[in-house]
Design a protein around this ligand. Sequence first.
Ligand SMILES: Nc1nc2c(ncn2[C@@H]2O[C@H](COP(=O)(O)OP(=O)(O)OP(=O)(O)O)[C@@H](O)[C@H]2O)c(=O)[nH]1
Ligand SMILES: [Mg+2]
Length: 353
Amino acid sequence: MKAILFTAEEYKDEALSLAETALYDVVKIYKLPKKPNPNFYIQKDKLEEIKKLDDVDTIIVFDLLKSRHFINLNKELLGKKILDKVLLLLEIFALHAGSKEAKLQIELARMKYELPILKDLYKKTKITEQQGPLGAGVYGVESAIRLYQRRIVKIRKELEELKKIREDQIKRTNFNSIAIVGYTNAGKTTIFNYLTGLNQKVDSSMFTTTSPKRYAIPLDGKKILLVDTVGFIRGIPPQIVEAFFVTLSEAKYANALLLVLDSSLSSTLLVEMLQSSLEILRELGISGKPMIIALNKIDKNANDNELREKIDLVKELSSTLYTPVIDVIPVSALKGINMNLLRDRLLTLIQTS
Ligand SMILES: Nc1nc2c(ncn2[C@@H]2O[C@H](COP(=O)(O)OP(=O)(O)OP(=O)(O)O)[C@@H](O)[C@H]2O)c(=O)[nH]1
Ligand SMILES: [Mg+2]
């Protein structure tokens, strides 16, 4: 599928990587306008250019589009698919959804996102139709709306039932468990592999891990379940937190969390990532569990002073959080630095939880 990508310069790498994860072949990247066009968001001249590109079937706008943007773009670009950031992420989640619950949750999120657009389209069609012989348009939209509403009710009911079943299952397994959480690419799977001796896929692209992996490791005579999870991404739109949540549901049932941060990021980014990780966990209803922070990739830090500063910064910030942070441990999962210390501290973590 050939796609055109519109993105702000600062999100370019991320947007491109996500578009590719969703299996699009991005043939051209345009900058998003500083001031969005009120009708189309994208620039009018770009729109005219795209119209001529017959082999492009998808337009990705890496931001949030309003109803009127979707409606107008669809009208101008008949037959081409329009995706904004939310719909793109939902496509990625859908590609990776393993369980029935995940599939339903994603379908629900998409329908809830599209329903207001349909409703606006209905209003608009009704007005224009009174003036012209546009035929059954308005009825078509009306019945689509009813279809959506019925489906949404049905999915909600099914999800309630599935949730009960899953909670019962989890209650019955009484393993202690630790979920490894954090931004995509922080090194969660590398840590998981190190601690479990497994060989799960590790890569510098985003969303390498696409469904939670669990494995029980012996720690001091006990078995502890380690769960590797799907990574967070910057600015995850609130509209899809719920769908994202399914991929992270394992973390909800863990006794404790291991939050992985990439210490090779700048101090500013590091603080931003720590704060937004906790914000995401809070939105998912996973806050309050005892936590260890692993500052990973210390081998990538140019000098000790800089690393020391970052460790202090994260420690200081952690002490002000609602989440009980038991320890901050600088590690390199790749080089195996401090990993035994981390393993020991995980045991303490389980004992506190
Ligand atoms: N230099 C260095 N690179 C590391 C370290 N740990 C992981 N990496 C690299 O960072 C990249 C991402 O590692 P992953 O373990 O796949 O990261 P992840 O957090 O599981 O990413 P997602 O599954 O996409 O959420 C890979 O290229 C790893 O080789 C480390 O300690 N030092
Ligand atoms: Mg991973």
